[in-house]
Write a new protein. Structure first.
Length: 111
């Protein structure tokens, strides 16, 4: 009885920690993401990287870049670690891209 209680508390703690630090595709603020996205756009306005807007990809396609601890984004950006993006930053950008993706209600093309 006592042991199972300790186990339950430990699990609850572990869960709250992983929620606080792990990437959550449902979390993030699209409004803030619009601002945060500008950091990606510094390169993705066609200057250093391919010109990208949220509507360049579908929700699913964007999702694939952020899955597995951003594995696909890391693969595309050799200097990814030097960008030092926080989980919160990436969650915001992810939400913004999602809400204005090609197959969203409000695809964003114009900029
Ligand atoms: C320092 C410049 C730089 C920054 C900052 C940057 N990227 Fe990139 N990105 C590149 C380069 C260079 C490539 C590889 C060439 C290409 O495909 O444009 C790339 C590739 C990509 C690709 C693949 C494009 C494709 O269709 O194959 C995606 C998606 C992408 N970046 C998203 C992002 C996101 C999201 C951010 C911000 C969280 C970001 N990038 C920040 C330079 C940058």
């Amino acid at each position: 009885m006592k042991l199972s209680r300790i186990f339950a508390i430990t699990m609850a703690l572990a869960l709250s920690v992983s929620v606080a630090h792990g990437f959550d595709p449902e979390a993030g603020d699209a409004g803030q993401g619009k601002e945060d996205w500008k950091k990606c756009r510094d390169c993705h306005d066609g200057s250093k990287g391919e010109k990208l807007s949220p509507s360049a990809k579908t929700k699913k396609q964007w999702g694939r870049y952020f899955n597995d601890d951003y594995a696909k984004l890391k693969k595309k950006h050799a200097d990814w670690d030097s960008f030092a993006y926080s989980t919160e930053f990436l969650q915001n950008v992810h939400r913004f891209l999602n809400e204005h993706a090609l197959d969203s209600d409000k695809p964003q093309t114009c900029d």
